[in-house]
Design a protein around this ligand. Sequence first.
Ligand SMILES: Cc1cc2nc3c(=O)[nH]c(=O)nc-3n(C[C@H](O)[C@H](O)[C@H](O)COP(=O)(O)O)c2cc1C
Length: 360
Amino acid sequence: MQTELTRLLGCRVPVVQTAMGWVAEPPLVAATTRAGGFGFLAGASIPPGEVDAQITQVENTCDGKFGVNFHMFQPNADEIIAAILAHADRIRAVSYGRGPDAATIGRFKDAGILCMPTVGALKHAVKAVELGADIITVQGGEGGGHTGSVPTSLLLPQVLDAVDVPVVAAGGFHDGRGLAAALAWGAQGIAMGTRFLLTTDSPVARDTLETYLKTGDPSVIRVTKAVDGLPQRFIENAEVRRLEGMTGVKRFVASIRHGLAYGRANAMSYADMASLAWRAARSDDSSFAATVMAPNLPTLVVKGLVEGDTKEGLLPSGQVAALIGELQSCEALISGIEADALARISAMTSLTHNKEAAHG
Ligand SMILES: Cc1cc2nc3c(=O)[nH]c(=O)nc-3n(C[C@H](O)[C@H](O)[C@H](O)COP(=O)(O)O)c2cc1C
């Protein structure tokens, strides 16, 4: 299944495993890459001092090229940028949301690394291309993690019409029908987070993944701004409801507490913490509230995903989890998607042929 995406990324199948904090760790990235997809290592959740070791672990456990995700407001942004450039022979692409400036993007491009940001709104897609993006991943609102309000079925054609770089469709994909549909729209492939979270190669404990598999209703996997001030999708649980019920003052106190814990865990001084908060607050898409609340996210997601506390921790998820009933290996998932997509495409092609035959 060759598309512009497989040619650019050097993978066999146009299926991308997106970055997910504390999930897209070296074993998942390597399993995706061995199976013929393209995996992104979640760099934003790698603690300071461990970036190089994690990149090397991926390199040592698969043969293909892979990607690394990061954001400019993580404490070790400089460390991760330097490590990516040092491993440019194996790292084919970087992904980011709140992204680097044009100069940093230029450094990646000079090293032969493709810049592949994820966007959730048309204006962000246009801006990302102006800043130098080589490929755009378009994430519709049904997707997991931070997410916009426009569904994939509307955002994807909007962006396809507006930009002239290859586009990858994300948000709600999990099977071969979705890949065939994305290709029919004009995208060059699909990117999936939640479906890769729900694989046997995922580092998350089986008991925790069971909570995802048991969620059969997409409407309970919903967006809230109560965690870090930005819209983000989680499986609704007691913690989401508690955060939403908090007064502004209580939320502020909790954020400061989580901020101090986050700073300590990342070996940051008070000056480092203040400087990071200042840079984040000045970025064009961040409010004061979002900056203050940002540390809530890692603390509560670690509690849910890593410590397995599915009631008092948070479970980030795309709505597509409601359609997924079992774990699969990356190998079975990617080869199944490839075979199903080819079958759908061939069924559509025969529809056209039948019509031609009918018209004589
Ligand atoms: C558990 C989980 C954690 C995520 N963590 C991150 C992250 O750390 N950084 C990021 O850019 N996106 C993150 N995302 C968003 C995904 O990379 C991806 O864009 C999204 O899941 C795609 O939608 P889908 O879940 O419908 O496939 C996360 C998503 C999930 C489900």
